[in-house]
Design a protein around this ligand. Structure first.
Ligand code: 9PG
Length: 538
């Protein structure tokens, strides 16, 4: 039964001290256009006050029952995306830093029970809603028994934004079965607004992470490079991941495992005929880095004035925490631009930028800028230094703000040489490194490929030793990725390959290239609301 276009019911400002301030609907909403089944609205920014945190909430007349299927889309690359049912618990981790890494909202902006929650967009069989723009403030949909609420985090917005456009929202009430076409249409509108790089090249490649992790060394890297040259000359990119750098934050200096430095790495890769690729986490720094010790004022700040931690990883050194850079700081923007041009000058033409949610963390900043805007300032600065022809792969990246600034986007949690998460973290089990998690996200977000960017489903692994995956599962995942026509990167020690693995790898590369969908192709057939879509995934 079609319910028609859901009407806006009320709008309010919710502040950190739990106060709720009613707003006139006409003050925050303007209709941009409508049809019988669909409405496009401008959302305007209400008064910008200096609350520690405040949310603008707009509620629509769309009651939700329990047990209704919907697409739950997580906040950033690694966050859970999948077919969910309303009423299922959406757990949040117990530590604020972990919540803020995977959710735009620390908690929902009201006390009523949340039946469904989805970031930037939500899709039921009878309703599709998108916050189309998302370049200023993060937006999240919360379905309740009595209404569908859309909430924007208004942190750090500049006063000039008062009364101006914050976002554009499109909502369609649809007949069952019509959601896929509407999702695709709204996605294309969003891509247009942010000038998506939907025609970026589809790359195949090799990546060091899922074999060597942080133990990668120059010797092993170069060994793989020459094996690849002999056996897989057809690959595009050869990418060094985490483990080469002197410290998190010091990206152009190497540690003792890489005595020759990054220029030599890029040169050797180029000589072998591949595009040199490198990993950085440009918005993070640990306490043992030069940038951290020389520029303590370059970080987002907690209310008590200390730097905002964005990641806990004792393996990275320092005090175990990595802190979030403040991209609104003009000197940080200069530093990022300079980092981009140094990597370009070193010869890299493919840069994987990781843990990017850090730039969007809440916290006090040098200048006012919404959380999404702050991330964009950082990405724009990096892009200025790198130039438009360097392929930029977003990872750990809030999705909507990055459109137009990245070429490729990781759309799921890390794969791993095991199927299920090895540790349970409350609220994050669907977002942890595990092949099953990557697989589910890849299917749930297949519709984004060549609309917003080129999808990166994360690596395939074809080795049959030194892995917890059976050869059958590893090959099934590899074929699933190749048949979607998305990025295809191997992550194996190639000395573990026999002729069989090399020939399978070669076959898959061709398959992926053949299956790639041209930008503007008809609505993709992978339906995130159809349980059949997920039937072959573990
Ligand atoms: C390098 C890796 C690889 C990988 C990235 C990212 O603790 N965590 O939740 C966590 C999540 C992801 C992650 C590492 C830790 O992996 O996705 O491809 O580049 O960083 O450190």
């Amino acid at each position: 039964m079609r319910r028609g276009v859901p009407q806006p019911k009320r709008a309010y400002l919710k502040t950190d001290d739990a106060a709720s301030i009613s707003l006139g609907l006409d003050d925050v909403l303007g209709e941009l256009g409508s049809t019988e089944n669909e409405v496009w609205l401008e959302i305007r920014c209400p008064l910008v006050e200096n609350f520690e945190r405040s949310y603008l909430v707009v509620e629509f007349d769309f009651p939700t029952d329990r047990g209704i299927p919907y697409l739950r889309n997580g906040y950033q690359s690694w966050s859970y995306a999948g077919l969910a049912r309303s009423g299922e618990e959406i757990a949040r981790p117990g530590v604020d830093m972990a919540v803020m890494s995977h959710f735009s909202h620390l908690r929902p902006p009201f006390d009523d029970e949340v039946l469904a929650e989805s970031e930037g967009m939500i899709a039921f069989e009878e309703l599709v809603a998108f916050a189309l723009d998302g370049r200023v403030a993060p937006a999240c949909f919360f379905a309740r028994e009595d209404a569908l609420a859309l909430s924007f985090d208004l942190s750090r917005l500049p006063e000039e934004l008062e009364g101006r456009r914050l976002d554009i929202v499109a909502i369609a009430g649809i007949e069952k079965g019509g959601h896929l076409e509407v999702i695709d249409r709204f996605l294309s509108a969003s891509a247009l607004l942010k000038r998506a790089n939907a025609a970026a090249p589809l790359y195949t490649g090799w990546c060091s992470w899922y074999q060597y992790f942080s133990a990668v060394s120059e010797t092993e890297f170069l060994k793989n490079l020459s094996l690849c040259e002999k056996n897989l000359p057809n690959l595009d990119v050869f990418q060094l991941d985490d483990g080469y750098q002197k410290a998190i934050g010091d990206w152009t200096e190497t540690n003792s495992k890489f005595p020759s430095g990054i220029e030599a790495i890029a040169r050797r890769v180029a000589e072998a005929g591949y595009i040199p690729g490198i990993w950085i986490a440009p918005f993070l720094a640990t306490t043992d880095s030069t940038i951290y010790s020389e520029h303590p004022d370059w970080f987002l700040k907690l209310p008590n004035g200390s730097p905002t931690p964005a990641m806990l990883n004792p393996g990275w050194g320092g005090n175990g925490l990595a802190y979030a850079l403040d991209c609104t700081h003009p000197e940080v923007a200069n530093w990022l631009e300079n980092l981009g041009s140094q990597l370009r000058d070193a010869g890299f033409r493919y840069v994987k930028i990781d843990f990017c949610y850090s730039a969007s963390m809440p916290g006090r900043s040098a200048r006012p800028a919404g959380r999404a805007e702050a991330l964009r300032l950082g990405l724009e600065a990096l892009r200025r230094g790198l130039g438009d022809d360097v392929f930029l792969l977003g990872c750990g990246m809030p999705l909507w703000p990055a459109v137009g600034l990245v070429d490729g986007m990781r759309i799921g949690p890390d794969v791993a040489p095991h199927l299920y998460p090895q540790a349970e973290i409350y609220g994050l089990s669907g977002s942890m490194p595990a092949l099953a998690n990557a697989w589910r996200n890849t299917l749930a977000r297949a519709f984004m490929h060549r609309r917003l960017w080129v999808n990166d489903p994360d690596c395939i692994m074809l080795r049959t030793s030194d892995t917890g995956l059976s050869a059958e599962v590893a090959e099934r995942w590899a074929r699933a990725v190749a048949s979607l026509g998305e990025m295809l990167l191997l992550s194996d020690d190639l000395s573990l390959y026999g002729p069989e693995q090399f020939s399978l790898a070669g076959e898959l590369l061709e398959l992926a290239r053949a299956a790639d969908r041209p930008p503007g192709a008809p609505t993709p057939p992978v339906d995130p609301l159809d349980p059949e879509t997920f039937k072959d995934a573990p």
